[in-house]
Design a protein around this ligand. Structure first.
Ligand SMILES: C[S@@+](CC[C@H](N)C(=O)[O-])C[C@H]1O[C@@H](n2cnc3c(N)ncnc32)[C@H](O)[C@@H]1O
Length: 287
C-alpha cells in the first residue's frame, strides 16, 4: 500500500509491490543496454558530485541501492574499502559486473535483491547511496526506513534523484509525463519532501544541492526504449508539448529551432524539444 503520511503528501494510486517489481524488471531488462550506455557515459560527474559531498574514508564499507549498471558504485569504489550493489534486474547486474571487470574494479560486488527488504543486518554499512531509484519504488517512506535500518549510527546516506516542482499541480503534471514515458515510474518528489523524509527516517541533513540538467526529448525517450512513432513516445510528447505554454510541468520545455538530429527523427521533421530536469543531491547523517 502506498501512503505518504510521514511526508504529508497524498498519492491516490495504490501500488502492488509485486506488480511494481515486475514493471521495473520489464522496463530495465528491455532497456538495459541503452540505459546503461547512457548512465555509465553521462552520469559520472553526478556520481563525483555525490562522492565529494560524502567524502568517504578508505576503510569504509558502502552500499549502492538499486545500483543499475553501477553508476555510483564504480566511482565510490575508488575511495571506499568495499561497496556492495543491490538491484532487482539481472540484466542491469550483468552490465555492472561487466563494467567492473573491464575497469579492474575488484572491490564492487553487485547482487540481486529488493531495496525494500534488503538482505543485510541492522547497521551494516558506513555509507549507503542511491541514484534515480526512489521514483521507481512504491513508497519512499518504506524505502528510506529500510535504508536507515542498514546504515550505522553516525553513518551517511547519499541520495541523488530527480526532483519535481514544489507546486503539487506542476509536480503532478511532471509525474504524468514521466509515467507516460515509463510505466515503472511511481512518483518523483519535490526537494522539501525529500528533506522531510530524511528527518522522519532519522537522518540529519548535512548537504542539499541541486543541479539543472538540460536534455533532448528524443534522447531522453531513447533511453526509455522509445522512438518517434511509438505510442509511448507520441503520448509523452503530447503531454510535454501541452505543458509548454505556462510551463505547467516545471520542465522548462521549449521547441528547438535546429532540425532534429537524433537517428529516430529520420523522415520526421518535427523539432526536438529541450527539457530540464532538476537533480537533487542530499546527504544525511544517521542520528
Ligand atoms: C533509473 S535506474 C537507476 C540505476 C542507477 N542507480 C543509476 O543511477 O544509473 C533504476 C534502477 O532501480 C532498480 N530498482 C527499481 N526498483 C527496485 C527495487 N525495489 N529493488 C532494487 N532495485 C530496484 C532498477 O532495476 C534499475 O536498475
Amino acid at each position: 500500500m502506498n501512503t505518504h503520511r510521514d511526508s504529508g503528501q497524498q498519492d491516490p494510486r495504490q501500488f502492488d509491490q509485486q506488480k511494481q517489481m515486475d514493471l521495473v524488471r520489464d522496463r530495465f531488462t528491455r532497456t538495459a543496454s541503452v540505459f546503461a550506455d547512457f548512465a555509465l557515459a553521462d552520469r559520472g560527474a553526478e556520481a563525483e558530485h555525490l562522492l565529494r559531498l560524502i567524502a568517504p574514508a578508505d576503510n569504509e564499507r558502502a552500499l549502492d541501492v538499486a545500483c543499475g549498471p553501477g553508476t555510483l558504485a564504480r566511482i565510490f569504489a575508488r575511495q571506499v574499502r568495499w561497496i556492495g550493489g543491490l538491484d532487482l534486474t539481472p540484466a542491469m547486474l550483468a552490465r555492472a559486473r561487466d563494467d567492473a571487470a573491464a575497469n579492474h574494479i575488484a572491490n564492487f560486488s553487485p547482487a540481486r535483491g529488493n531495496a525494500l527488504q534488503m538482505p543485510f543486518g541492522d547497521g551494516t554499512f558506513d555509507i549507503v547511496v542511491t541514484s534515480y531509484s526512489i521514483h521507481h519504488l512504491p513508497d519512499p517512506v518504506v524505502a528510506l526506513r529500510e535504508i536507515a535500518r542498514v546504515v550505522k549510527r553516525g553513518g551517511r546516506f547519499g541520495l541523488l534523484d530527480m526532483a519535481v516542482s514544489e507546486s503539487p499541480a506542476y509536480a503532478k503534471a511532471c509525474n504524468d509525463i514521466e509515467i507516460a514515458r515509463d510505466a515503472s515510474h511511481t512518483r518523483a518528489l519535490p526537494v522539501s519532501e525529500f528533506n522531510s523524509l530524511f528527518a522522519s527516517c532519522g537522518f540529519a541533513v548535512a548537504a542539499c544541492e541541486i543541479e539543472d540538467h538540460p536534455r533532448s526529448f528524443d534522447q531522453w525517450m531513447h533511453t526509455a526504449g522509445w522512438k518517434r512513432g511509438d505510442a509511448a513516445f507520441e503520448q509523452t510528447r503530447k503531454l510535454l508539448e501541452a505543458s509548454i505554454p505556462g510551463d505547467t510541468a516545471g520542465l522548462r520545455a521549449k521547441f528547438l529551432s535546429d532540425p532534429p538530429t537524433h537517428p529516430s527523427a529520420a523522415g520526421d521533421s518535427r523539432p526536438d524539444i529541450e527539457l530540464h530536469h532538476t537533480a537533487a543531491f542530499i546527504v544525511g547523517r544517521k542520528q
